[in-house]
Design a protein around this ligand. Sequence first.
Ligand SMILES: [Zn+2]
Length: 159
Amino acid sequence: MTPKQRFMNNLLRNGQDVTVVTIAGTTCPCMSKRDSAYPVYNPAWHRDNPTAAACNGTGLISTTSTSTAAKAVIMSYQTVINSGMIKKEILDNIGEIQHDDLFLVGTVKTSDGSFIELSGMIETRDYVTYNSKNYLVRHTFDYGTSSVIGQLAVLRRKA
Ligand SMILES: [Zn+2]
């Protein structure tokens, strides 16, 4: 068993319940109206086209969401700082941290024990639910001392 698989098994037994929610859909027509090379959400297009489907800032319409039950360790920012478990260089890279940001170490899929990669999550639409609250994934980092066994993520409360 690899160290990573051992860590995933530990998370499966001892981790806290989280739900990883990813949203997929059709790109909203507003996205390419300003500059098609750099599609971004365009509220002006929606004002000009009030009957068009609203993407609500996500840039997607006709969306479907996929919820995956998962386990991870969730810690407060203060706990992480006090424990010294994250190197200062990493914290400096994160930049501004808010008092209610959380750190997640994970992440394992509850149904089959496989690793869930969070780095591809898109801040404007995907999120992690923990304790009935939704959080954006702001940053992800490899986690482990001698080898990478998991992933660390900064979670910010979704407005
Ligand atoms: Zn739109």
